[in-house]
Design a protein around this ligand. Sequence first.
Ligand code: ADP
Ligand code: S3P
Ligand code: MG
Length: 185
Amino acid sequence: MTSPVVVLIGPPGAGKSTVGALLAERLGVGYRDTDADIVATAGRPIAEIFIDEGEPHFRELERAAVREAVERHPGVLSLGGGAIMDDGTRKLLTGLPVVFLDVELADAVKRVGLDAPRPLLAVNPRKQWRELMEKRRPLYTEVARAVIATGERTPGQVTEAIMDALELRTAAGDAPRAAHREEQA
Ligand SMILES: Nc1ncnc2c1ncn2[C@@H]1O[C@H](COP(=O)(O)OP(=O)(O)O)[C@@H](O)[C@H]1O
Ligand SMILES: O=C(O)C1=C[C@@H](OP(=O)(O)O)[C@@H](O)[C@H](O)C1
Ligand SMILES: [Mg+2]
């Protein structure tokens, strides 16, 4: 059993998927995103799973995807924004290097407005986003080892901030401890 070198959490539009991929590249480790895992396993897009089988079914698939990745993936792992609502998932994250990517409503809405539709934000996205963030913020904060504000940062700058916060650099700067940890796994 091996666990991720970084787990990214936060609301939709925080940049978890974008930054996760960049960070993995920067650290020279693998990247996984539980949303992508769910889509691959189910063989259909997330919006379709929500519409046809409902959110509870999606959450079951998500719980299984997070468990599998947390137990087996040694690289960078990005979760879907709602994954931390599950008690079991929060327990699984205990002790892991979890980073909460924070973002304000205005930036998040600008970002997700430009991206593929997210079923929870399909109608009245500003209101939906604000309400889900109110419920989730305490849980994101509870499980996070570091909180990074993403509003004024590019994805590259967020990546740097995560590496600084988790001290994922050696003195050489570009030979990350992450790669060393993966070798040991
Ligand atoms: N720091 C950032 N600044 C500007 N745009 C960003 C930033 N991070 C992500 N984005 C953009 O926001 C959108 C949503 O990003 P994504 O990584 O899918 O977020 P999440 O996985 O947290 O929902 C994408 O179009 C992405 O390019
Ligand atoms: O916040 C949520 O409940 C969700 C966020 C999405 O992922 P991102 O946070 O990567 O957008 C995706 O898992 C699904 O649409 C539900
Ligand atoms: Mg994502």
